[in-house]
Write a protein that binds this ligand. Structure first.
Ligand code: NDP
Length: 242
């Protein structure tokens, strides 16, 4: 039987790229989204059943059109991984509100946009899964992370709210809450002091962070459970992380 379509946002680097690889190796058709499509095109994938679209998750119309294209080719989406996100560290007294807005728009609105596009069809079919990439920063606070923490607490609580709304229709809403991992996430931080603090914090744990592939494995683990079982949240971090 043909495997169903999987959509991954933020597939151009970090966790998203690893999630794309793991489902590609398992033979799923994929719609891979990101603004830097050339980075997705350069991933080591079998591109036979892969569609790539340049999508900014804050633009719901663009996001919807990409999904319609992929569904016309591969059939309905069975898994949406709302993974795209940004973490712009900064102290609240000095950080630009533009950076707060970017985090709230991408991390919260991006997840809501994808969810609103996908859910009606899943509810009608009474089948489907949405996995939102939250963070340990959706469960606890970290200094210099005020707006990021606000966005990820938002992802945690909106995921749980929507789960309660749709569980009766056999649709799973889940989230992964990773700790620190080596990706491109920190490369967008403009506040040098916040970066130094982050480096010190990592050093205090022996500098140990996770390999992003373990986060991808946790997404696959959630999806591979029977449809009747929903892992509501999976928190995963390096053993030495505090
Ligand atoms: P990366 O910076 O490596 O990847 C982020 C991805 O998000 C990129 O593919 C980027 O693609 C995409 N993205 C960012 N903004 C947008 C946008 N507006 N529209 C579409 N895509 C966008 O970081 P990670 O892989 O680490 O981050 C993935 C998720 O994991 C994020 O939600 C992050 O908050 C979360 N996370 C990360 C942790 C870590 O330590 N790395 C820990 C806990 C959670 P492009 O620029 O091509 O559009």
């Amino acid at each position: 039987m043909n495997k169903p379509l999987i959509v991954i946002t933020g597939a151009s680097s970090g966790f998203g790229a690893e999630i794309a690889k793991i489902f590609n190796q398992a033979g799923y058709p994929e719609l891979l989204l990101g603004r830097r499509v050339e980075k997705i095109q350069a991933l080591p994938l079998n591109f036979e059943n892969v569609m790539i679209e340049s999508v900014d998750v804050t633009d719901q119309a663009q996001f919807k059109t990409a999904i319609e294209h992929a569904e016309a080719k591969f059939g309905p989406v069975d898994l949406l991984v709302n993974n795209a996100g940004v973490m712009l560290l900064g102290n609240v007294t000095t950080q630009s509100p533009t950076e707060w807005q970017t985090m709230l728009d991408t991390n919260v609105m991006g997840v809501l946009n994808g969810t609103q596009i996908i859910l009606p069809s899943m509810l009608e079919r009474e089948h489907g899964t949405i996995i939102n990439m939250s963070s340990l920063a959706g469960k606890k606070t970290f200094v210099n992370h005020a707006a990021y923490v606000a966005s990820k607490f938002g992802v945690h609580r909106l995921s749980e709210t929507i789960r309660e709304e749709v569980s009766g229709k056999n649709v799973r809403i889940s989230m992964v809450a990773p700790g620190a991992a080596e990706t491109e996430l920190l490369t967008h931080v403009t506040d040098q002091n916040a970066l130094v603090d982050y480096g010190e914090w990592k050093k205090s744990m022996g500098g140990i962070t996770m390999d992003p592939k373990h986060v991808a494995e946790s997404v696959k683990f959630i999806y591979d459970m029977p449809q009747a079982v929903n892992i509501r949240e999976l928190a995963i971090a390096a053993t030495r992380q505090d």
